[in-house]
Design a binder for this molecule. Structure first.
Ligand code: PEP
Ligand code: MG
Length: 591
């Protein structure tokens, strides 16, 4: 996937190609983040008179870690057979690395030259050594990278580790360059201090990519080998529209991208003028555009973009980056704040959608053999009724402050909806008895259509649910058996596959026949090239990241729906993905 080329002889400019995730251009400085490093440490500058103290700390820590290694070696010797022997060799190698070796010398030198604390110097030196090993032709030596990291971890532990939380030490205008970022990591990013991000792994519809889009960060995923090249502090350009990443650009390249960035900023500003304009097609069809949010704070962006409601609140993000579970009181405080801020606009709160790449640290989840197909989302909630009841209770209480809808993720069978309805009925009665204020009538209960089986049984689900939200991200993943986070198969991830389009159409028709509202809240809703198709299927509610909303609105204002409906109908009778794409291209240009 990556194509790297030297732009001109003698120049240091290096170009990488990845998958584009978030529109816009970032020009900033590289901040390397290694998620595979077992510890993240806080880097801190030290005064000249503290250099010797830090160097001494390293020697002591190396001595202590070496001592522990020796004890382990003795234990290994008592083990019988080749395992003990192998372990003995590894531990001996660790010990050598810790005793007056290149590692310790390198760390000491770094403390003196860079004037940084011992922990940060260790991690930097380890990073450098690990890369040198990884680049070795010899497979055995390359695999020693993990050992080097392990030694680093032990050394930092002996130093008493100054562990970093999140990205609190980002330099101004930082572009985070990482092997991969979890959705939880990404949620910690402060867009005011982060210019963009680039990862070596990941797919365009992974939750990490989705969060980057929501934050309005130019981002590129699947930029292979970027970490082997990018050095912290180096100038970097990230083009979130094309997937290009450029390290140490020449003045001409910088100039080109500065102009491109200015053009993007200008077009965003002109789109802002549409904030209060209703989304109506040229032939008078009114479409409702809502925002997807991950954290309560995102609601400000939603309002700034002119969202008519929150079509998807991914509540699981409130459960990330903390060792415990948020209490009912905390959940209620956060949810009611969102409902109040939306001031009468509907807020669709999805119950916990944990599992696969989204983990709630305080939930004690045990990943099964295949987490994407395992005990996740509604299945997890129904298996942990107390967790579910706390969440439902917080949602019901928040419903006293404005229109709220409850949305269930990854529903597979009607019985799941029935179970939740029974829980809700009992809970509502209890809350009322206790005199707790909740909305009357209580919030509607909807289901996400994101499993192919649910889409094909949409008529049955429509008889049980009060509304549908079609999750095209997972619907594509499960229909095509493509892990949405895996860059190796990202070329096959295609929401325009005839199978996916047919499932969307079938679900929309089932909802329309049952006269229940239906929206699309997957990333497809935020792609203006898809707008004619979704509207042509009879969908009048779209929910997307706030940054995509103005572009989609602009497209709706240009569109004459009646004139394209025949071509949209034709699309689901096509079985050839190439033909489908051709029709989509044609529709994308249609006025
Ligand atoms: C989806 O699957 O399309 C969806 C909206 O949910 P999420 O992206 O959170 O899985
Ligand atoms: Mg989903």
């Amino acid at each position: 996937m990556k194509s790297k080329s030297q732009a001109s002889v003698g120049a240091r400019e290096r170009i990488f190609e990845g998958l584009p995730v978030g529109a816009g251009v970032a020009i900033g400085v590289v901040y390397r983040h290694d998620s595979r490093a077992v510890v993240q440490v806080r880097e801190r500058k030290i005064p000249a008179n503290k250099v010797r103290t830090e160097q001494h700390r390293v020697l002591e820590a190396a001595h202590e870690a070496g001592g522990r290694m020796e004890a382990l070696q003795l234990q290994a010797k008592r083990m019988s057979g080749p395992a003990g022997e192998e372990l003995g060799y590894i531990l001996e190698a660790y010990q050598q690395m810790l005793s007056g070796s290149r590692l310790v010398r390198g760390v000491q030198k770094r403390i003196a030259t860079e004037r940084i604390n011992a922990e940060a110097a260790v991690m930097k030196e380890i990073g450098l050594m690990a890369e040198a090993f990884a680049a070795m032709e010899d497979q055995y030596l390359a695999a020693r990278m993990a050992d080097i990291r392990e030694v680093g971890r032990r050394l930092v532990e002996s130093l008493g580790k100054e562990v970093e939380m999140g990205f609190e030490n980002l330099p101004a205008n930082a572009v985070i360059v990482a092997d991969e970022l979890s959705p939880a990591d990404t949620a910690l990013l402060d867009p005011k201090r982060t210019a963009g991000l680039v990862t070596m792994l990941g797919g365009v519809e992974s939750h990490t990519a989705i969060v980057a889009r929501s934050l309005g960060l130019p981002a590129v995923v699947a930029a292979r080998d970027i970490l082997a090249e990018a050095q912290s502090g180096e100038t970097i350009i990230v083009d979130g529209g094309t997937g290009h990443v450029i390290l140490d650009p020449t003045p001409a390249t910088l100039d080109k991208y500065r102009r491109k960035r200015a053009g993007y900023v200008k077009s965003q500003q002109s789109l802002k003028k549409l904030k209060t304009v209703p989304a109506v097609t040229r032939d008078g069809f009114r479409i409702h555009l809502q925002a997807n949010i991950e954290l309560p704070g995102d609601v400000d962006l939603a309002l700034a973009a002119g969202a008519e409601g929150v079509g998807l609140f991914r509540s699981e993000f409130m459960f990330m980056n903390r060792p415990d579970m948020p209490s009912e009181k905390e959940q209620f405080a956060e949810l009611s704040a969102v409902v109040k801020k939306m001031a009468g606009r509907p807020v669709t709160i999805r119950t916990l959608d944990v599992g696969a790449d989204k983990l709630g640290d305080g939930l004690g989840m045990k990943p099964g053999p295949n987490p994407a197909l395992g005990l996740r989302a509604i299945r997890f909630s129904l298996s942990r009724r107390k967790v579910m009841l706390i969440q439902l209770s917080a949602i019901l209480r928040a419903s006293a402050y404005g229109p709220v809808r409850i949305l269930l993720p990854m529903v597979c069978i009607v019985e799941e909806v029935r179970q939740v309805r029974r829980m809700l009925t009992r809970l509502i009665a209890q809350l009322k008895r206790r005199g707790v204020k909740i909305a009357d009538p209580p919030p509607p209960l909807g289901v996400m259509i994101e499993i192919p089986g649910a889409a094909l049984a949409a008529d049955a689900l429509a008889a049980e649910a009060d509304f549908f939200a079609i999750g095209t991200n997972d619907l594509t993943q499960y229909t095509l058996a493509i892990d949405r986070t895996d860059e190796q198969v990202a070329y096959l991830y295609n929401p325009l596959h005839p199978a996916v389009l047919r499932l969307i159409q079938f679900s929309a028709e089932a909802a329309l026949a049952a006269r229940i509202p239906v929206s699309v809240c997957g990333e497809m809703a935020g792609d203006e090239r898809m707008t004619p198709i979704l509207l042509g299927f009879g969908i009048t509610e779209l929910s997307m990241s706030s940054t995509s909303l103005p572009r989609v609105k602009k497209r709706i204002l240009e569109l004459n729906l009646s004139a394209i409906s025949g071509r949209v109908r034709r699309i689901t009778s096509e079985s050839d993905p190439a033909r489908v794409r051709a029709i989509v291209e044609e529709l994308a240009k249609a006025g």
